[in-house]
Design a protein around this ligand. Sequence first.
Ligand code: N01
Length: 557
Amino acid sequence: MLNVKTSTPTTGSAEAETFNTIVIGAGFSGLYALHRLRDQMGVSARVFDIAGDVGGTWYWNRYPGARCDIESIHYSYSFSESLQQEWRWTERFAAQPEILRYLNHVADRFDLRKDIQFNTRITSLVWDEKTRLWQVSTKDGLIARAKFLIAGTGNLSVAKKPEFKGLENFKGEIYSTGSWPHEGVDFTGKRVGVIGVGASGIQVITEIAKEAAHLTVFQRTPNYAAPIGNAPMDAETERQVKAHYAEIRTKSRNSFGGLPYDQMQPSALAISAEERRRVYDERYAQGGFRLIFDSFADLLLNKEANDTVAEYIRGKIRERVTDPQIADILSPKDYPYGTKRPPLETNYYETYNRDNVTLVDIKVSPIERITEQSICTTSGEYKLDAIVLAIGFDAMTGPLMQLGIVGRNGEKLADRWANGPLTYLGITTHGFPNLFFITGPQSPGVFYNMPLAIEDHVDFATDAIQYLRDHDLDLIEPTLEAETQWVAHVYELAQHTLLPGTDSWYTGANIPGKPRSCMVYLGGAPAYRKVCAEVVDNGYTGFTLDRTVATEGIGAD
Ligand code: N01
């Protein structure tokens, strides 16, 4: 559907520079978007980031043990064959410093830094209907304008606010996994408390336990963690992957989670208990996301099927933790496996066998208050020198909401999404023309290998921009009807899964007061890619495309 309208713009004030596209964020999304816009399409582009350098999530999350839980050879860009041939990963699962080195290499290799403005917090992005430009401001005022905006702000970049009474009174050190000091922290000889056992908590707990005099873990909801299976990268694997990279990437993009796994069986209930156990043993030993994405297709659909893997993991926890009472506290019982994002670990459960580690069940005895020296629960006081908050993020919508986005007719994104995100394809929203969010809510992003998901979305956004240029158009906006249908489709898919029933950041339930909603497209990467391809092939079905008659003052390319 090519629904072309026309209008006449007026010229805005001239001080702030005007670009074809402004990109927010210099992580995986922003770096690739800049390369694509500037180097492949030849349009003017500028990236802004609040950080002091490139890296996005890998710039901020420098806590001990931070490591990607997708194999490095898959958790990397595919857009440049020479880049993927020349870069050498040293481990099967790269740690944060190596991923950050990789992103720095990408920035240098493609000469990206010169078009990135760091240390810049964008506080408002306002659509100006007269000029048909986005106005980009910091707290000091307008700094730029652009025809198009790409929000590459990530899904897990706004920390959850700690809601512990008295935290401000604590006289010791307080750290947050999501914004770790660059110089590192020495916990030697200290009494440390970690709150939270999500993916971040599980990684940081394992490392701090090795260093601290004593570590106390405050756990509210136990997690289903499984071994990551890390090892040094071996030369033969690297050679094989590099010889077949294109095929591997294609296979990844054609799999549900964006990984080139191919041993998925239809149902955990269709085979004998012995055979099922063999499958789980194999996947558990292989590491990575094989247990969830390469075992049985009904684990997230059927509670009975899910019970089999949940009980398998509980059995592993009992095997690995010597004290049966501690093992019991560490064992999730009241939500299905995979409905909170499953973390991967190295020796996490064995950490609780150490003499210097205490586990506190704050579901049974909640944290009452924090004092100058201690965390006090309803059943005891724990004196500490340092507190580490690993309490997660205002995921998916949080990073977009805090940009101060104001669309057509002065409508704020925060108001429009007050009851949950409303998107078309998880990449655009009605009333906010020429705005694309990369791996946004209601896309499969967080259920997909992120760098590949990012490339897909950046390609979608930049191809749309190119399409408008090729057709002498300058505005793209999803129709309300297409958006409504997409949101209904996303909810419908979710209803067939076990995810909506669990409190997690996928549903917004981890943030007090945040509306519970459906923020993930659960149809899988291949189905999603097919829908997007059809939209494009049919001339941007579901979008209104528009042409400005006069071009004075806005011809930014
Ligand atoms: O955050 P989380 P995260 N009182 O929300 C607890 C990615 N990631 O930073 O479940 C007490 O998962 C909360 O308890 P509960 C990955 O996608 C990837 O760990 O709400 N506890 C939970 O235990 C991941 O899913 C890697 O009861 C409170 C924890 O804090 C996402 O980031 C590494 C609390 C939060 O867990 C987020 O992970 C790290 C309170 N008031 C992260 N509030 C890779 O390896 C929260 N909690 C790639």
